[in-house]
Design a protein around this ligand. Structure first.
Ligand SMILES: C[S@@+](CC[C@H](N)C(=O)[O-])C[C@H]1O[C@@H](n2cnc3c(N)ncnc32)[C@H](O)[C@@H]1O
Length: 372
C-alpha cells in the first residue's frame, strides 16, 4: 500500500542549496548518486527536476527502502506501507522514470558496484548515525570524479559550541534538540562524522545565509567538499558561488515564458523577446515581469494578471487522462473523455461529478491519483 503523506522532510532552503550544487556539476549525461531516497519527494524530486531541465542524466537512488533503524517514524511507516512502491509512485508523478535508476540495496553494496571517479555528485542522506555517516563518506568519496561534488544532508553545525557535549554523547541518535543553533534539531552523528572526515574544513551551508534575488534569506543544512582538495585530487573545484549560474525555461502559460533562476520563478511576457535574467536587476525590472517562489505561485500570478482583463481557463497540465485547467484561482481536473468543455459556462452546482476541483496544482494531482 502506498504511503500518501504531504509532509516533506526536505525543506525549501535545503532544496535551494541542493539545486545550486547540482547545477555546479550538471552537464549532458551527468551521473548523480543519492544515498537515501525514502519516499522520493525530497532530494530525489529536486535532482529529477534538474536533470529534466537539461534533458539527460541518471540519478542512482540507493536505498533499502526499509527506513533508517534509528528513526522510529521510518520503522512505523515501513511496517504498514510499501515504501518502494510509494517511491516509484512519486517518481512517476514527477515524470522522473527516464532519469532514475533505483538500487535497492545497502549503501555499502551499492558502493561496491559503482566505479571510482565515475560520479559527478554524490549526495549522502542515509542512516544518520555517526558510524554510518563515517562509513558512507569513506565509501563514496572515491566515487566522485575530479572536480565533482561530495555532499550530504542534515549537518547543522560544527561539533563544538553549546551543543558539544550533547553531540558527543548522542552519536547513535538520529537527532537531538538544536537549541543554540539556527535549527530545531541537530543530527549529532552527521555533525561529528563530517567534521572528522574533512578535518573541520567541509563547507557547511548552515554557516552562510544565502540571499536570493527576491530578497529571501535562507540557511540550509547541507555540507559539501568545497575546500577538500585532498579528496578530489590536485584540482579542486573552484569555491561555490551562491549565485545560480543558469536560468532554465520551465514552462509557458498564456503568452508568458516561465523561467527558474536561482530558486525564483519569473514569468516574462513572450512579447518582450529574449531576456538575460542573470543580467537583470530585480529592483528595476520591467513591471510586466512577474516574480514568485514556486511554479504554482507564478502560474497563479500570470492568471491573476490575465484575469484582470477577462477570466479565461488556462490548460496547465495533463495527468492520467485528465486535463488540468486553472480558472479563476482554482484547479479543475477534467476527464479527457468528456471532450472539450468551457468552464466559464459551467456553474459549480451543475458540474459533472467526474470533474475534480482543488486549490493548488499539487492538490489536484493528488485528487486525480487517488490521494483524496
Ligand atoms: C533521511 S531518509 C532520506 C530522505 C530523502 N533524502 C528525502 O529528501 O526525503 C534516509 C533513508 O536512508 C535509507 N537508509 C538507511 N540506512 C541505509 C543503508 N545502510 N543503505 C541504504 N539506505 C539506507 C532509509 O531507508 C531511508 O529511506
Amino acid at each position: 500500500m502506498i504511503y500518501l503523506d504531504n509532509h516533506i522532510s526536505f525543506g525549501e532552503d535545503d532544496k535551494e542549496a541542493l539545486r545550486i550544487l547540482v547545477r555546479e556539476v550538471l552537464k549532458p549525461n551527468s551521473k548523480i548518486v543519492e544515498i537515501g531516497s525514502w519516499l522520493g519527494t525530497g532530494s530525489t524530486k529536486v535532482i529529477i527536476e534538474e536533470l529534466q531541465a537539461i534533458g539527460s542524466g541518471t540519478l542512482y537512488c540507493v536505498d533499502t527502502w526499509k527506513g533508517s533503524e534509528n528513526v522510529a517514524q521510518h520503522q512505523e511507516v515501513a511496517a504498514h506501507y510499501d515504501i518502494f512502491e510509494t517511491f516509484s509512485h512519486n517518481v512517476n508523478l514527477a515524470n522522473g522514470e527516464a532519469y532514475v535508476k533505483p538500487l535497492m540495496m545497502s549503501s555499502k553494496d551499492a558502493a561496491a558496484i559503482i566505479e571510482d571517479g565515475s560520479i559527478d555528485l554524490v549526495f549522502i542522506d542515509g542512516d544518520h548515525s555517526y558510524a554510518a555517516v563515517t562509513e558512507d563518506i569513506a565509501l563514496w568519496k572515491s566515487k566522485v570524479r575530479e572536480g565533482g561534488i561530495l555532499c550530504g544532508h542534515d549537518c547543522e553545525c560544527r561539533p563544538n559550541g553549546v551543543l558539544r557535549d550533547a553531540i558527543s554523547s548522542s552519536l547513535d541518535l538520529d537527532y537531538i534538540p538544536g537549541a543554540g543553533t539556527f535549527f530545531e534539531v541537530v543530527h549529532p552523528g552527521v555533525v561529528l562524522a563530517v567534521d572528522e572526515a574533512f578535518s573541520g574544513s567541509a563547507n557547511l551551508w548552515a554557516e552562510t545565509p544565502f540571499s536570493r534575488p527576491n530578497g529571501v534569506h535562507g540557511r540550509a543544512t547541507l555540507w559539501d567538499n568545497q575546500q577538500l582538495s585532498t579528496i578530489t585530487g590536485p584540482s579542486p573545484r573552484p569555491p561555490i558561488s551562491h549565485d545560480t549560474p543558469l536560468p532554465h525555461l520551465v514552462g509557458a502559460v498564456s503568452d508568458y515564458n516561465i523561467v527558474l533562476f536561482a530558486g525564483v520563478h519569473y514569468a516574462a511576457p513572450q512579447s518582450l523577446g529574449a531576456l538575460d535574467l542573470s543580467q537583470l536587476d530585480l529592483a528595476s525590472r520591467p513591471p510586466e515581469i512577474l516574480v514568485a517562489r514556486s511554479y504554482d505561485e507564478i502560474v497563479l500570478a500570470i492568471t491573476e494578471v490575465s484575469e484582470q482583463e477577462q477570466p479565461i481557463p488556462h490548460l496547465v497540465g495533463a495527468v492520467s487522462g485528465y486535463n488540468i485547467v486553472l480558472f479563476a484561482g482554482a484547479h479543475y481536473a477534467l476527464p479527457q473523455s468528456l471532450g472539450p468543455l468551457d468552464l466559464s459556462q459551467l456553474d459549480l452546482s451543475s458540474m459533472p461529478p467526474a470533474i475534480l476541483i482543488a486549490r493548488s496544482y499539487d492538490e489536484i494531482v493528488l485528487a486525480i491519483t487517488g490521494g483524496y
